[in-house]
Design a protein around this ligand. Sequence first.
Ligand code: EQ3
Length: 321
Amino acid sequence: MALSIESAQNIFSNTQVPSPIPATIALFDQLGVDDQLAYLWYAYTEMGKTITPAAPGVARLQLAEGLLNQIKQMSQEEQTQVMRELANRADSPISRSYGFFSVNTKLAFWYELGELMKQGVVTPIPSGYQMSPGVKVVLEATQKLDAGQQITVLRNTVVDMGFDTSALGPSSSKAAAEPAFKRSAPAITSVKIEGITEPAVLGYIEAMNADKFDAAIALFTTDGALQPPFQKPIIGHEAIAKYMREEAQGLNMMPQQGICEVLPDGSKQLKVTGVVQTPWFGVTVGMNIAWRFLINPQGKIFFVAIDMLASPQELMNLRRV
Ligand code: EQ3
């Protein structure tokens, strides 16, 4: 039987527990724009050191720097206005430029802006701002999340800001070409996963831990797909390669255990759980995740989904109930 992405998306679905991350983002989305900016400021500055990223070891960031320099020249009111436009996804020149940034450039832009806010160069909260009770609700919901989930909420809110440029064609090649991180030595040198011997899975983790994206992609079928957390599947070698170059640099993947089931046609489904670190936070924050692989009878990856786990207990939750 031919493998399909739709059926692959459902493998091990009965072992999955709904994540609290989308619920927290839905609460955030209901806030007014000034409340959203204030929430981000409080969440970022008051939730302790764990969710404050280390200064990004960024090699080139000209795209964000141009915008930051413009903002530095502005009056306080204009600075506030720009931030409102970004949070509102308005169609304004700065919000459009931001919309074309890669994920890491967006994060680096706000990281630098946050530093300027801490130095008092840029105003963090609009003057005369009165906090609505809704902000407290979202902050309380955020406090209940573990650090890995908190940084995912922050990341996703930042990524969703700015004018939606998807209808305007592919992002400029400049944005995609901006490298963000120098890779630190991999946390693990040889990949061992309890319960897993599948070469494609071990090879995938090894290649990803060295930023060898071409080697990782060679393990996929040509029509293979990768589904990042809370996103639709990205299909085909070219699209996966572009995504990995933009978003998977410098990640440290530490899979711990897994299970493998052989299907009647010789394909295999595997679920592996473990911890992933992002270069933004290094060893300070570990994200508990699951990889769900579907491997074809020839040993190639047809599908892999990456899921954020709802709790650390889920790292052990591999069996069907
Ligand atoms: C200035 C301030 C504070 C206030 C202002 O009002 C508004 C804003 C927005 C502010 C600034 C906020 C800032 C600076 C937020 C910064 C947040 C950061 C740096 C978040 C980074 C998060 C990174 C995450 C969650 C990375 C997760 C990566 C994962 C799970 C990778 C998974 C993958 C695996 C395992 C694969 O096998 C394939 C690839 C893939 C990438 C999917």
